[in-house]
Design a protein around this ligand. Structure first.
Ligand code: KMH
Ligand code: ZN
Length: 283
């Protein structure tokens, strides 16, 4: 038995175009300036994305949580697209908790909220329980819809604890994203996906999945098969196929939209995404 919600009619495609891990020098196609991010968001919306998961960079293309830059980014994406604008509160593994909390002040529609600490390659992505709780309460006070990032089965258990002890988030929708295939987290396999989905809390109203690196396609196919939504983007994978680098995030969104259409659950629009997640109206 599973308490996962029934398969949706349409698929929410989230694009995570930049991340905090790859360098511009190594990956010139990574959108790291505001102009590049806006161009990417417009192209990805045309290709079928409904939400954008945003990490930004400074003038030297290094990851930053600078509040003024984040605020300008939210405004620019709102002006040029109808995408749900989700800011990362994960940042990079080096960002202090206070800076990660302050992200909410940039006024995004949604924020990522990782449900526990996880080894992250050779680093550690720190999310101790008191910080998770504080960020959750802060997102509710700021009227920002959280997306619960689940890197491991233990994070699913922590989400039960959070919802049972603190109640529902702002908007009263519980949207989860399984982040699979990180070195240190759950593997990007159909078996792990099915186990995680079966363990989701009964309050869950929707879920998506992404597989990093070469787990991208197996996880996308398994997610569609199990009734989930999709996240894709250069934050998670830099290869389109063996020996063929991604040249633009829109390629990944376009492929995800094709898979969703094949599954008879075509890509939803940004407006549909706002309705699904019950984000605050832009006005
Ligand atoms: N960059 C990772 C350390 C999130 O955006 O909330 C964390 C991450 C998750 O990407
Ligand atoms: Zn992220």
């Amino acid at each position: 038995m599973t308490s996962a919600p029934p398969p949706p009619d349409r698929t929410l495609i989230t694009v995570a175009p930049t991340g905090a891990e790859s360098s511009k020098a190594d990956v010139p196609a990574l959108p790291t300036t505001l102009d590049e991010l806006v161009e990417t968001a417009i192209a990805c919306e045309r290709a079928g994305a409904a939400m954008v998961h945003v990490h930004i960079r400074d003038a030297e293309h290094r990851p930053t949580l600078d509040l003024a830059r984040l605020t300008d980014t939210v405004a620019a994406l709102r002006e040029t697209t109808s995408l749900v604008v989700q800011l990362s509160t994960g940042g990079s593994v080096h960002d202090p908790y206070a800076h990660r909390l302050r992200v909410l002040e940039a006024g995004p529609d949604s924020c990522s909220l990782t449900m526990g600490t996880v080894n992250f390659g050779d680093e550690v992505f720190l999310n101790p329980w008191p910080f998770v709780r504080e960020l959750y309460e802060a997102s509710r006070a700021a009227r920002v819809v959280p997306e619960f990032e689940l890197f491991d089965l233990g994070h699913v258990a922590a989400l039960h604890r959070l919802l049972d002890s603190c109640g529902l988030p702002y908007g009263e929708r519980v949207h989860c994203d399984l982040v699979m295939g990180v070195a240190g987290g759950m593997p990007g396999t159909a078996g792990a996906l099915v186990a995680a989905v079966a363990a989701l809390p009964p309050q869950t109203t929707s879920w998506s999945a992404t597989g990093v690196g070469r787990t991208t396609l197996p996880v996308a196919l398994a997610a569609l098969g199990a009734g989930g939504h999709l996240r894709v983007g250069m934050e998670d994978t830099l290869s389109f196929a063996r020996g063929r680098p991604v040249t633009h995030n829109a390629e990944l969104v376009e492929r995800a939209a094709q898979l969703a259409a094949l599954a008879q659950r075509p890509a939803m629009t940004g407006a549909d995404g706002r309705e699904l997640l019950q984000v605050r109206s832009a006005a």
